[in-house]
Design a protein around this ligand. Sequence first.
Ligand code: GUE
Length: 292
Amino acid sequence: MTAITLDGVATASAVKNELKARIDALKAKGITPGLGTLLVGSDPGSLSYVAGKHRDCAEVGIESIRVDLPETATADEVRAAIVGLNENPAVTGYIIQLPLPAGLDENAMLELMDPDKDADGLHPTNLGRLVLGVSGPLDSPLPCTPAGIVEMLERYDVPISGKHVVVIGRGLTVGRPLGLLLTRKGLDATVTLTHSRTVDLASYVRQADIVVAAVGVAGLVQPDWLKPGAAVLDVGITRVVNPETGKAKLVGDVDPASADVAGYLSPVPGGVGPMTRAMLLVNVVDAAERLA
Ligand SMILES: Nc1nc(=O)c2c([nH]1)NC[C@@H]1CN(c3ccc(C(=O)N[C@@H](CCC(=O)O)C(=O)O)cc3)C=[N+]21
């Protein structure tokens, strides 16, 4: 078998095209959606993702406001930048690019955000609404990567209801919120949330109809771990620098040979990453529509 590619670039492009009409309608009412980003430090991955988010905004007609602070920024300086974004009327939604440099308390910074401007769905109020089952377009933002994964599965008609999803990774931005989202009424998956201390990980993955790998361990998931026909979403991104050319290559958590066993496979790059970015734009437009 050769897996159908879950094409994140094409799917994100469809999502973005659908947003354009909503953005035009907002502008006609005098509201311009604006995405703010707060980046602290100069991690190459983070710099590349933030640049991508600003390119996406330009493509669909969303304003973008970029705040960059040096690696050495103090907690007070970061707090002041967050308050500035909360108060800036041009910013209808923003993100704090994670991870923050060591020594800065991420949870405290996320909590300082105005939950109505939280474009990532990571403020405690919005995570609480995710648990309560009241988040979504009309109410409050969903975390972008979980929302992007569900959007991609739905657009490829991969059945979710009643299916067994094995999530590898329990992080704040992907694994933990994804388990909460997929088990909600309406999606109705059965979720096993595994992580680095799970004993015999492969034995869980073998039972999965859908596998989501989000740990950042290059090539972890092996073809012989998969149930034939399973849908496999690769969220891991490891940057491997070729010592001869100095060029970075992106490697996912799933061994590419898994395409011989899986029914669907999202590649790295070009899979879940672009969907994450598209859902961020959706969150910014949703938030601007709540203002309208
Ligand atoms: N507050 C916060 N929200 C996030 O959503 C968030 C974050 N912090 N910190 C880091 C992770 C990672 N992340 C990615 C987004 C897009 C790509 C993406 O577009 N990747 C392209 C390749 C990009 C490249 O070439 O570097 C792809 O997979 O095709 C990757 C990773 C969002 N994150």
